[in-house]
Design a protein around this ligand. Sequence first.
Ligand SMILES: [Zn+2]
Length: 339
Amino acid sequence: MKAVTVAPGTAASLRLQDVPEPDASHGSVVVETLAVGICGTDVEIADGGYGWAPPGRDRLVLGHESLGRVVDPGPSDLVAGEHVVGIVRRPDPVPCPHCAVGEWDMCSNGGYTERGIKGVDGFMSERWRVEPDYAVRVDKDLGILGVLLEPTTVVTKAWEHIAAIGLRAFWDPRTVLIVGAGPIGLLAALVAAQHDADVHVLDRVSSGRKPDLVQRLGGTYHTGTMADLGLAPDELVHGAMEAVAPAGVVCLTGVGSASTPGTPSQAMPATDVVLKNAVVLGSVNANRRHYHRAARILAAADRAWLDQLITRQVRPDEAAQAVRRAPDDIKAVVRFADT
Ligand SMILES: [Zn+2]
């Protein structure tokens, strides 16, 4: 079968090639790929800056934002024809206390693996296998939009953790400010809107579909300030700490690009954190619970709105184009088959 592979650590190594059928060790459920989304992590892997091939191999099948159709459910309770998404992370084999209770997104020893990222083949192949427990059903009516499930899990988890921290004190959140209107930012705006928050999104782009997408959620779109959204994470944290209300929570879901050379890094504003009783947290990945919640969020969302998030669809032989970002891209998707 055909697969899009990379040699982790080597830039511009991405290619479409013939690979063996998916290994039975990956699970008893056989899935036909419909689409695979591209995110910043894929771009970084394709640039040689991240990623690990499976043990004993040089190349890794790319892709962790999956959507597929069950071909052979094996002994699972899935049904052929259902649409599923594969969970990305697998618990470490020890396991650590987090992985032992299914919270592998919080793995404390770093021994986890991730499909398409760390030590296990991803989903950017014509077929893939998955363990029944790691296949999440998605509403078939979503069609191609089911490929947005995995990025939605990232914001679902972040929202859950923010709410958990909020409960340390009187918690009646009103205003949510999201910095950056990429796919994660816009999906975060969707989640916040579904929780009846007053949603504000800040991005450097002033035209195109991003302002409209935020307004259609009932939110307010802003441009400029917050160090004009310089990609240096330190500056963003500093700006967020200045802007956050007392008892507020600042959640970082991405580390952005490296600081612009020559940009002085600002110290963590400890005074703001202390005097505002504020919390800064980081959030990455998701566990099974977040996939199920994310599936509900997508099912409840306006399909026409979700449809606007997918700005580009390419064929597998054009995958190298999908990892080169166009300025007005929101989400690029490699399309394998019709839904
Ligand atoms: Zn672990």
